[in-house]
Ligand binder design. Structure first.
Ligand SMILES: Cc1ncc(COP(=O)(O)O)c(C=O)c1O
Length: 357
């Protein structure tokens, strides 16, 4: 029931409208059922989708505050981390991407960025806008970086920050992160890893791999709906942020403000002091349930399920005679498979056939 004081006595008043009702909104929305297998959002777990219809809670009530802490524990489990500063920004993965860069880059800070496709390039663009001293480390499409190459660039440029994409979904390449954290400890640099295309599909092991900052989105391997971007910052990353001379430029993703809003740095007894902006409660329910679904199955079983599906899919595609875009099987991403368009065929027609069938 929608309760509003405007319902009272409005019948006695008449309002002149300058513009008519839009014709397109006079009928209810109709969509078709799809199995989404593209690079964008995939079909969420039923449990996550159904959660959108759960009764609304006031965002300052105890049960809503408990949803926030459940989500934090779920993100920590999926990433295998104990980081205290773990929460979800409102917005898509791009909010996480620009948010972590905004918190970590102070004007002039040198950031070494691994560019092996669209997403590394996008990060270089954002880092530049934020006044970072951007150093690009590039690889041709279809290949990835080796540890000795990363070390050589760290030694040469001595950056404050290193950015890598764990799953370059624009080329279907998997960038291993084992050993990268150790290198960054050696060269006194903070690691930022985009795990949007690998989270809950391939192991990340954030703490074991000594990764400082990670972001992803709610709608891919996580199995939720689009709208939130989980992030996790290590104590090392937080110590750089706490030593900043200037404030991050974007209030909404300022990790210190959000740490208050998520009760990391505020007691749960002070919701009015913790308040920073309205939370999208149904979207948070949905993420909570996606994470709970992963907890139910066990993250190691979710990884195995994705690996099995990947093997099956690759075998079927090979039987059709399709040629891989990524030559080395070890470098292929599990959740995003890339094949060359067969000679003489129209890639867009194939795409639209797949979507409809
Ligand atoms: C590797 C990678 N990073 C970042 C993003 C951006 O995420 P979003 O579309 O949720 O903003 C995507 C989206 O496909 C991605 O694949």
């Amino acid at each position: 029931m929608h309760v509003s004081c405007w319902n009272i006595n409005t019948s006695t008043k008449s309002f002149a409208l300058e513009y008519e009702k839009p014709e397109c909104l006079k009928s209810p929305l109709e969509t078709e059922s799809r199995l989404l297998v593209s690079g964008g959002a995939t079909n969420p777990y039923n449990r996550s989708f159904d959660a959108l219809r759960l009764p609304m809670l006031g965002m300052m009530e105890g049960p809503a505050i408990k949803v926030l802490s459940d989500i934090q524990d779920g993100i920590r489990y999926v990433l295998q981390t104990k980081n205290e500063y773990t929460l979800a920004y409102h917005g898509t993965g791009t909010a996480g991407m620009s948010g972590v860069l905004d918190n970590l880059i102070e004007p002039g800070d040198k950031i070494l960025i691994g560019v092996m496709g669209y997403w590394g390039n996008r990060v270089a663009n954002i880092a530049k806008r934020l006044g970072g001293n951007v150093v690009r480390m590039e690889k041709p499409s279809g290949s990835r970086f080796f540890l000795n190459e990363i070390e050589a660039e760290l030694q040469r440029h001595r950056p404050k920050l290193l950015f890598l994409v764990n799953g370059e979904s624009s080329t279907g390449v998997y960038q291993p992160i084992e050993g990268v954290g150790d290198l960054c400890y050696k060269y006194n640099c903070i690691t930022i890893i985009d795990v949007v295309a690998t989270v809950a599909q391939q192991p990340i092991n954030m703490d074991k791999n000594k990764i400082d900052v990670i972001y992803f989105n709610s709608q891919k391997g996580c199995g939720g709906i689009v709208g939130l971007s989980p992030v996790s910052y290590s104590p090392r990353a937080m110590s750089k942020i706490k030593r900043r001379q200037s404030l991050p430029r974007i209030y909404l993703t300022d990790i210190k403000e959000q740490a208050d809003a998520w009760y990391i740095t505020m007691p749960v007894e002070s919701p009015h002091e913790a308040w920073r902006h309205s939370f999208s409660i149904p979207t948070l329910y949905s993420l909570r349930e996606a994470l709970a679904r992963i907890v139910e199955e066990g993250i190691e079983n979710v990884w195995s399920r994705h690996a099995d599906t990947h093997r099956l899919f690759q075998a079927r595609a090979e039987k059709l005679g399709l040629e891989h875009f990524v030559p080395n099987p070890e470098d292929r991403l599990i959740g995003t498979s890339m094949f060359k368009v067969p000679p003489g065929k129209d890639g867009y027609k194939i795409e639209s056939y797949i979507l409809k069938k």
